[in-house]
Design a protein around this ligand. Structure first.
Ligand SMILES: [Zn+2]
Length: 313
């Protein structure tokens, strides 16, 4: 996939379909209903439709993917994927709506489905870190500033960290990041998040929060950095990598998306994790990143109601 301004797959739905078929069916044409591979016949006169010889159903490349039942032309889907993957801070549904000439509601649903495509399938990746590797862990707060709200709508309890949503991120230096939306900062909450996702052979870098104290002992090494004292770097004990991740996340959430509801935060985190993990510093260009996102439309179940989708997309 290359430059959207010059590539026919972004202009022409038939070209887009052929491109997506080549991508998703590289190892044979799969029936999205029963999973049979290379047991289908192209239907004469209906470009893109195939008859499955195993289950007898008719399918297209969109069946069984996140694009199933969508009426948005496939070239617009590919364009949306390219734009979302190429924009470091994300792209709002408003901007997508203007650029693609589709309704705002359609753009909103497309963006969410593409975020879902970016979320890794369970078991795709092993734990972060390992022997000789370093993983940084930290939390940040996301949410509107109470002091900017109208006086009557301010909630005194929300000043400071309270009332905001908490994001916990783990980053392997030179490697992947994985973010979780957590309910609170406590040992009980952090323990499974860290233990399930980080190899114990790693060196773990955290701030001095007591929540990390006990779990830190289970790692090959645990170093703490005292943010409050202005001590950010002591040898290799620092959390600059995860801080860098948070700065992109915050600029994206505040600058591009303005407001992210609690219900959807997880999806935005998947989007920012994905772009970070497929970043250009690791040799991934915009087209390759979009191609990888589109490979993720298979094997995912839609987690929002189909009736909403049918009505809006
Ligand atoms: Zn079938």
């Amino acid at each position: 996939m290359a430059d959207p301004l010059n590539n026919k797959i972004f202009q022409n739905p038939e070209k887009a379909r052929a491109w997506l078929e080549a991508l998703l069916w590289a190892d044979g044409r799969v029936c999205g209903y029963c999973g049979a591979v290379d047991e289908s016949t192209a239907i004469a006169g209906r470009e893109g439709y195939y008859q499955c010889n195993a289950c007898r159903k008719q399918f297209t490349v969109q069946v069984g993917t996140l694009f199933e039942r969508s009426h948005i032309p496939l070239n617009k889907w590919l364009m949306a994927a390219f734009l979302l993957c190429a924009s470091k801070k994300g792209m709002s549904a408003h901007q997508m709506h203007r650029m693609l000439g589709i309704t705002y509601k359609s753009a909103w649903f497309m963006c969410h489905r593409l975020r879902e495509a970016m979320a890794p399938l369970k078991g795709t990746f092993g734990p972060l870190g390992g022997e000789g590797k370093t993983v940084e862990a930290d939390t940040t707060y996301i949410g509107g500033k109470e002091k900017n709200k109208h006086r009557n709508k301010r909630n005194a309890k929300n000043i400071g960290g309270q009332g905001k949503q908490i994001v916990h991120t783990l980053v392997e230096r030179g490697g992947r990041a994985t973010s979780d939306h957590i309910a609170n900062v406590s040992g009980k909450t952090l323990r499974p998040v860290v233990m399930k996702q980080v190899s114990r052979k790693s060196a773990l870098m955290t701030d001095e929060a007591g929540e990390y104290f006990h779990l830190g002992k289970e790692f090959a090494r645990h170093e703490t950095v005292n943010h409050g004292a202005g001590e950010y770097v002591r040898g290799d004990a620092h959390s600059n990598t995860v801080e860098g991740y948070f700065s992109i996340l915050k600029r994206g959430i505040v600058g591009t998306y303005h407001h992210v509801s609690e219900a959807h935060l997880k999806r935005y985190l998947a989007e920012f994790d994905f772009r970070y993990n497929e970043r250009s510093a690791l040799g991934v260009d915009d087209g390759e990143r979009a191609t990888k996102a589109l490979q993720g439309i298979v094997g995912k179940r839609l987690t929002y109601r189909r009736t909403d989708e049918a009505a809006n997309a």
